[in-house]
Design a protein around this ligand. Structure first.
Ligand code: TRP
Length: 348
């Protein structure tokens, strides 16, 4: 917060410089409730307190060789859904990674000090080697270097990402520090993972197992762009058991999951109503699911409406992407100019 001190008639305002937040979003298909309640809702709140950059990581997605049409379609869809979910282009800088070539330039410089051994040890790289042995390209190997470039190009210190990205962030700190040490400067600050809220909500999937996710199979995830009919169908198909047999018994995972979802989208009274029914062994899962489906539909309807509106407004999308690219490039170009000087690229 800025504090004001009044001295006679003169108002002096001390500004606390806003810290910079960066997060990248992979352009791989539609957003689901887990993305929304687990991450985007937080981004939306952060916009007021931080200097936020949210970008669509289309360069990263080239490791899997998408067709030009798929690449473009996915980037557009992510942009539409982020805007629909409340990321405000007036407050945050929203941009497409490939619109900022300075990122690729910094990536090149950082690659000179990233070593094969450490890159091969990254768990995400090892996973890819296992799951796609026919496509272990150099872009995959240096994925963490590109991610470091994404972050430090804006000198960001806070990076809102999930637990699975911790190792990548640690590598970002390593690359930033190594650059600093090599050139005997303190130019790049260290970026850290950032949880804006104390307890991030984990959204379970509908398959009775773990969290909601794209890769867990059709039907496990409810997408923000799903129509009410599709949402109803998916929720009615959610896995349940044969019902409680003793009062106040602990809920098995698949039932707890439905209650966890209900906690997020339904009114507290509704939650209590079904919780009481469960505890007194009178619950009918069909009723629970019907209610849950309707409440998901209501909770997501403003986003669904905005997705529809924005999708039919290509000139707005173009404007947002252009404006974001200009703002992001301003910041990135400043860094690259200084980095070039530090490295020793100078005019004759
Ligand atoms: N690796 C991130 C993911 O898989 C996406 C990403 C790319 C990112 N560059 C980033 C996240 C920079 C935060 C900051 O989700």
């Amino acid at each position: 917060m800025n504090t004001s001190v009044f001295t006679k008639n003169i108002k002096i305002t001390y500004f606390r410089p806003m810290e910079t937040v960066v997060s990248g979003i992979r352009s791989t298909g539609n957003l689901h409730l887990g993305n929304y309640y687990g991450a985007i809702q937080n981004f939306v709140k952060m916009q007021h307190e931080y200097n936020c950059y949210f970008f669509i990581a289309d360069l990263h997605s080239l490791t899997t060789h998408p067709t030009p049409a798929d690449l473009h379609g996915n980037v557009k869809q992510v942009l539409i859904e982020y805007l629909a979910a409340g990321i405000d282009p007036e407050k945050s800088t929203i941009y497409v990674q490939s619109d900022v070539p300075e990122v690729a330039e910094l990536y090149l410089y950082l690659n000179m000090n990233a070593y094969l051994g450490e890159l091969e040890r990254s768990t995400s790289f090892k996973d890819k080697v296992r799951t796609q042995p026919d496509n272990v390209n150099a872009g995959l190997l240096t994925y963490p270097v590109l991610m470091a470039a994404d972050i430090i190009i804006h000198k960001a210190v806070k990076v809102p990402v999930g637990k699975d990205q911790e190792q990548h962030l640690e590598m970002s700190r390593t690359f930033a520090n190594r650059f600093n040490r090599l050139y005997n400067t303190e130019y790049f600050p260290e970026p850290y993972a950032f949880n804006f809220s104390e307890n991030l909500v984990k959204i379970p999937g509908l398959d009775g197992k773990g969290k909601m996710g794209k890769s867990e199979g059709e039907g496990n995830a409810v997408y923000l762009s799903d129509s009410p009919e599709v949402i109803r169908k998916k929720v009615m198909k959610a896995v349940t058991d044969s019902g409680p047999t003793t009062e106040n018994q602990e809920k098995p995972d698949e039932i707890q999951n439905l209650f966890d979802l209900m906690k997020v989208v339904s009114a507290p009274d509704t939650y209590k109503h079904f919780d009481d029914l469960y505890n007194s062994c009178q619950i009918r899962y069909g009723d629970l699911k019907k209610q849950l489906g309707e409440d998901i539909i209501v909770a997501t309807s403003p986003i669904r409406d905005r997705i529809k509106d924005i999708s039919t407004d290509p000139s707005y999308l173009r404007q947002v992407a252009r404006h974001g690219a200009i703002k992001a490039r301003e910041s990135a170009a400043r860094t690259i100019k200084e980095v070039r000087e530090i490295i020793g690229f100078r005019n004759f």
